[in-house]
Design a protein around this ligand. Structure first.
Ligand SMILES: Cc1cc2nc3c(=O)[nH]c(=O)nc-3n(C[C@H](O)[C@H](O)[C@H](O)COP(=O)(O)OP(=O)(O)OC[C@H]3O[C@@H](n4cnc5c(N)ncnc54)[C@H](O)[C@@H]3O)c2cc1C
Ligand code: FES
Length: 347
């Protein structure tokens, strides 16, 4: 039975019947209003609306001070207020950005590398994510795999069968098409106060995109930074080329890059060729990649580091990995403030 309320809620000039037991997002969808949304969990910011009136506190908890001050709310986490009036609308142009598709490359392992040329100037920090929207408003969060100096926003997007966004992108997204995106979000970024500390990065799957962006930024600031990058996949065939890696391996001798495969190595697959397609790879660069490790990335990390005290740890990708390795990092001596993570939660 519906839990009715006396509160008045409006979307633009349409009055919405309020069921106080449901989130604002559910109320708007029930009323047939096609608002954008993604994770449904307060993480991706796809559902951010402009609000006036009695603002629901829980819809603002994870927002920046300026977003809070300007009346933004995440409607997937927020319930209608118990009294008063709430007026909602899509955020103005200042928070809705666009990019033009300049690259859509299908990589091995079912990953799409997508590049967008921003149509207006805005800034992002390496490691942040944005929500990308289909023309009909369906939005999903994706980590930015490029740095500002690249001039484009690049993403590594795993194609999911019947995935609402990734399937649309694979089949219908065309070069030259304009894609709407949210403002960059997230705290998976470099902290200046940690320059000089050893850094450990662990990515599963497409999480490597954001990791490489942060690694590039760190090395640009501190060319001698001690860095270990672990990239874990279920199967060896799921790895895909990382053109930026070859440049980093050639330039920074101290950079450790450790691929980890959960289900064992297939001897017929030349791993270094997957990661660094010829003619770019040289024997010296290949030799630094051939030490592929097998098993769970957590076990590999346990055996490599008896202590992580004084390190910064960055975790990006599967929510299970992020949870397990946050715990392990803390147990091995990393300060909580020095553990940065982005979990790719399902919408
Ligand atoms: C902060 C953040 C950053 C993210 N960054 C990236 C990124 O850089 N690259 C990237 O590829 N994804 C990333 N994701 C995940 C992304 O937002 C989508 O969830 C994913 O692309 C699936 O969306 P879809 O519309 O294609 O599939 P959906 O229509 O949402 O789902 C289609 C089917 O695939 C299944 N599915 C969806 N996601 C997963 C999953 N992770 N594991 C197993 N099954 C799944 C669903 O259960 C469903 O059956 C990120 C998520 C968050 C929250
Ligand atoms: S934050 Fe609301 S849908 Fe992702």
């Amino acid at each position: 039975m519906k839990a009715h309320s006396s509160v008045q809620m409006w979307f633009d000039d349409k009055r919405v019947e309020v069921d106080s037991a449901k989130t604002i997002l559910a109320n708007l969808l029930d009323a047939g209003i096609p608002v954008p949304y993604g994770c449904g969990n307060g993480l991706c910011c796809a559902c951010m609306l402009q609000a006036e009136g009695t603002l629901p506190q829980e819809g603002q908890d994870s927002l920046t001070p300026s977003e809070k001050a300007s009346g933004k709310v995440l409607i997937c986490k927020a319930y209608p207020p118990t009294q008063g009036e709430l007026r909602l609308s899509l955020p103005g142009q200042s928070t809705v950005l666009e990019g033009c598709i300049t690259e859509k490359t299908l990589l091995p392992g079912g990953v799409i590398r997508l590049s967008l040329q921003p149509t207006s100037h805005f800034t992002w920090e390496a490691g942040q994510f944005v929500t990308l929207f289909r023309p009909d408003g369906v939005g999903r969060a994706y980590s930015i795999a490029s740095v500002m100096a690249d001039g484009v926003l690049t993403f590594h997007i795993r194609h999911r069968l019947q995935g609402q966004f990734s399937d649309w992108l694979k089949i219908q997204g065309r070069l030259g098409e304009t894609v709407r995106l949210s403002t960059p979000q997230g705290h998976f970024v470099l902290s200046d106060t940690n320059i000089g500390k050893p850094h450990v990065f662990i990515a599963t799957g497409t999480g490597i995109g954001a990791v490489m962006a942060v690694v590039r930024t760190l090395l640009a600031q501190d060319p001698n930074a001690a860095i270990s990058v672990y990239w874990a996949m279920g199967e060896v065939e799921h790895f895909y080329p990382l053109p930026e890696l070859i440049l980093l391996l050639a330039k920074y001798r101290q950079l450790r890059f450790i691929p980890v495969v959960r289900r064992g190595v297939n001897p017929s697959v030349d791993f270094s060729k997957i990661l660094l397609p010829l003619p770019l790879s040289t024997p010296a660069q290949k030799s630094r990649l051939e030490d592929i490790r097998t098993g769970e990335v957590e076990s590999v990390l346990r055996s490599d580091f008896s202590s992580l005290s004084g390190h910064c740890v960055y975790l990006c990708g599967s929510p299970t990995m992020v949870e397990q390795l946050s715990r392990l990092s803390f147990m091995r001596g990393v300060a909580k403030a020095d553990i940065y993570s982005d979990a790719f939660l399902k919408a």
